[in-house]
Design a protein around this ligand. Structure first.
Ligand code: PLP
Length: 449
């Protein structure tokens, strides 16, 4: 009766039909996994959900827990499962290569690494044609920073506040969120204002933010820098799309100061934005170095750095070696990912589904004051929750909604300094029915706060 009085239906939205029968699970249950994880994997601050989920199977955009309950995966294992969980083409490529040869290093020749490198280079604009394979985004950014310093002979790096570029001793300096930083020396790294159209001091005014970069270089460095690094769509920082025109202005400033420009495409590459294959293309720039990981392998441990022959030539003065970089199994899997994304026209699909999703989320924003901002493009979206007109982060409400969504069968990501941004970055096979269900579930959960 109370629901009816508030004009709410009592029936919770249900997941779209999906033709897959999960295997009966007879393995270790969540409590035991958690206990052993705490004992053998060290204490962690970083569990999702009050009772962490024990995910035991995945099929395309869906995940299954130990009870067989199905969840719509709107976070893709932190923006990593690009084609879909256990996509058959990727699985087959990995199995076939594993049965033939699991490992050889770059001291010998192997066809898989060159086929993959050639296919990846064909996706890059300009003179970005030389590929280095690594195993993760952190490693990719470490190598990019090394390249920038070797090539320019300068040390200073410029990064954005709110950025996440990795957690190693080097990349932790680039990362600019206190929750992710250990108190170790940062090296010569300068963090500039984040051109965040929703929360930034200058709104969408790219020129003001760019001027601040110039000031940093003029007043905080010798006048010469090694490089500038940015995600075009900040991920961990809370699904923030940089103010339009920002990268063009800043690339000019940085290049005039002798530096190179690095685009971190670990989250935003491979057509996820719908409008372009790479995030940086949305700002009309061509970087000197591009780093990537996550979606490149659909879950395989794989990363890459792509740069110009000129920058690469500096690296060849010493040995640049990575035991697993370009491993045949990962290369075969990565090549299969590129082929699937093309064959299934996933970039256009992200644009199409993303358009509907963002439209429905904006309509929902009109209904619920707690939705302060809906942003992004394609299947790279963020929903920021606020408590009032002053944009106070709705931290507690976000935590409650996050759990409720999970109970309804939707897994989203959390981001931003206060965890009040829901990140919606599903596998790129996510459908319009999935999008509708996600919005209905969010509406249902917010209506019952
Ligand atoms: N760069 C960005 C934009 C990321 O989001 C991440 C990870 O979340 C990294 C780099 C680091 O990647 P990895 O966790 O594979 O080391």
């Amino acid at each position: 009766r109370e629901l009816l009085r508030r004009g709410l239906s009592s029936a919770s939205p249900s997941l779209p039909p999906f033709d897959h029968q999960p295997r009966p699970y007879k393995g270790m249950l969540a409590d035991e996994v958690l206990e052993k994880r705490k004992k053998f994997l060290g204490p962690s601050l970083f569990y999702y959900y009050q009772k962490p989920l024990n995910i035991v199977e995945g099929k395309m955009q869906y995940l299954y827990d130990e009870t067989g309950k199905r969840y719509l995966d709107a976070f893709a294992g932190i923006v990593t499962v690009s084609c879909g969980h256990c996509h058959p083409d990727v699985v087959n490529a990995v199995v076939e290569q594993s049965q033939l040869l699991q490992h050889t290093t770059t001291i010998y020749l192997h066809h898989a690494i060159v086929e993959f490198a050639e296919a990846l280079a064909s996706k890059m604009p300009g003179n970005l044609k030389v590929v280095y394979f690594v195993n993760s985004g952190t490693e990719a950014n470490e190598l990019a920073m090394l390249m920038a310093r070797m090539y320019t002979g300068n040390l200073g790096m410029i990064a954005l506040r709110n950025a996440y570029h990795g957690g190693s001793a080097g990349t932790i300096g680039l990362t600019a969120l206190h929750t992710w930083k250990y108190p170790i020396p940062q090296g010569e790294i300068h963090h500039v204002m984040n051109p965040d159209p929703y929360r930034g001091a200058f709104g969408s005014d790219a020129a003001h933010y760019a001027k601040e970069v110039e000031d940093h270089i003029n007043y905080g460095t010798s006048g010469n820098v090694a490089g500038f690094i940015a995600e075009t769509f900040q991920g961990v920082g809370g699904a923030v799309e940089l103010a339009p025109g920002y990268l063009k202005l800043v690339y000019d400033i940085v290049r005039k100061s002798g530096g190179v420009c690095i685009a971190d495409e670990v989250q935003s590459g491979f057509g996820r934005t719908g409008s372009h294959y790479w995030g940086f293309e949305t700002q009309g720039v061509i970087p000197d170095i591009v780093t990537m990981a996550k979606g490149i392998g659909n879950g395989l441990p794989l990363g890459a750095v792509v740069t110009t022959p000129e920058i690469a030539s500096v690296m060849s003065k010493r040995i640049q070696f990575n035991t697993f970089g370009g491993n045949p199994v990962c290369s075969a899997g990565g090549l299969a990912v590129l082929k699937v994304l093309d064959k299934e026209k996933r970039q256009a699909h992200c644009a199409d589904v993303g358009f509907q999703l963002i439209d429905r989320l904006r309509t929902l924003q009109q209904k619920h004051d707690i939705i302060g901002d809906v942003r992004g493009r394609g299947l790279m979206l963020g929903v920021e929750l606020v408590s009032d007109k002053d944009k106070t982060p709705a931290k507690a409400e976000a935590a409650v909604l996050f759990e409720k969504l999970k109970d309804l069968g939707v897994l989203v990501g959390k981001g931003g300094l206060h965890g009040n941004v829901f990140r919606i970055k599903p596998p790129m096979c996510f459908t319009k029915q999935d999008a509708d269900f996600l919005v209905d579930a969010l509406d249902y959960a917010i209506s019952r706060l």
